[in-house]
Design a protein around this ligand. Structure first.
Ligand code: TXA
Ligand code: MG
Length: 321
């Protein structure tokens, strides 16, 4: 994906309005937060979210954090609970992300959660992020605004250094004060779990909750829980790079193939395919036990699609419970 020009927008009413309008059209806007700059897209628009992965050149799909203006907005998307009430009262707006079960009718694109049933949600404190959330009036999915494998940006200039020409705009809110991504706490099981360390410490969090936190079991689980076993895995058996499906297989197509039960993108557009991937895998998993998948070009965002499909096709132990 190459765009002609990335606009550097000032944090004025006009700049914020232009950023909000760009998000509403499905564009990508880097925005300042108090932790690091995020690469934002409308969290309800799967194609826009696929654009985040394309712009970052990320070779895999990690679930993303959704940014909201307040608790009431968060409650539109997740099943809220008592621990969330206490933590949000203590630390929102601020650098704390809560992972909660998705609620029915949430409307969040499945690529945001990488097909999980839970959503990471955070209410940023940065005044420019808050002004953009108010202007856009919707949920903003945003990972750090750096190319994959590079350090997280804390100024608009860093963002441009990495992503110029790949995103529509950067909203310049000055230097990010914290410079380290938010602390992430998982609230999907009865015992709150520390999923990522950040400036809000485990001690502060357990003091508010009145109990110790469970630890994600390995260091890798803390930095990349999205890569681990909690990740959505289909029940059905997957066979990849299939030109002609066998009898009994449902075909997840790509490009102009015939006989597909679902087609990731009939016109062969990788960004559209990424946007459809998790929803279509789920749909097929409900009706089929054998899924054949058309070849997906292993280039650009196709690498992330193939990474996810390869994980989904890998043999694994029978699931518990
Ligand atoms: O400070 C921050 O949090 C920055 C700014 C831009 O807000 N954002 C950020 O987003 O760091 P991101 O997308 O890079 O962090 C996403 C991480 C994933 O790698 C994963 O570790 C965790 O959040 N995550 C997201 N959804 C999850 C879920 N449903 N369950 C468990 N972990 C999740
Ligand atoms: Mg990052």
């Amino acid at each position: 994906m190459t765009l002609a020009k990335t606009h550097l927008l000032p944090a004025t009413d006009a700049g914020i309005a232009q950023a909000a309008a760009t998000l509403a059209k499905g564009g990508l806007v880097a925005l300042p937060t108090e932790t690091v700059y995020g690469l934002g897209a409308d969290a309800r628009n799967g194609t826009a979210v696929a654009g985040i992965y394309a712009a970052k050149g990320r070779p895999s799909f990690n679930p993303l954090i959704v940014h909201v203006p307040d608790i009431a907005a968060a409650q539109n998307y997740v099943q809220w609970n008592e621990a969330a009430t206490h933590l949000a009262a203590a630390f929102w707006p601020g650098p704390l992300t809560l992972v909660l079960p998705l609620r029915e009718g949430h409307g969040i694109a499945s690529l945001v959660t990488a097909g999980l049933d839970s959503l990471a949600i955070r209410c940023p404190a940065h005044p420019v992020a808050r002004a953009l959330l108010a202007g856009f009036d919707g949920p903003i999915a945003a990972p750090s605004a750096n190319p994959s494998g590079k350090i997280s940006p804390t100024t608009a200039a860093h963002v441009l250094g990495g992503l110029e020409g790949r995103i529509e705009a950067v909203l310049d809110g000055g230097a990010a004060a914290i410079g380290l991504e938010s602390t992430i706490v998982g609230l999907t099981s009865p015992i709150p779990t520390l999923l990522r360390h950040g400036t809000i410490t485990e001690t502060q969090i357990s003091a508010v909750l009145g109990r110790p936190l469970a630890q994600a079991t390995t260091p890798a689980a803390i930095t990349a829980p999205g890569q681990l076993s909690s990740h959505y895995a289909p029940e059905a058996h997957l066979r990849l790079n299939v030109q002609s499906p066998r009898p009994g297989e449902s075909l997840l197509g790509f490009g102009p193939v015939t006989g597909a039960t679902c087609n990731l993108s009939a016109v062969g557009d990788l960004q559209e395919a990424a946007a459809n991937l998790f929803a279509m895998l789920r749909r097929l998993d409900e009706s089929a036990s054998q899924i054949a998948v058309s070849p997906i070009p292993d280039e650009g965002i196709g690498r992330a699609i193939n990474d996810r499909l390869t994980r989904a096709a890998a043999p694994r132990a029978p699931r518990q419970g």
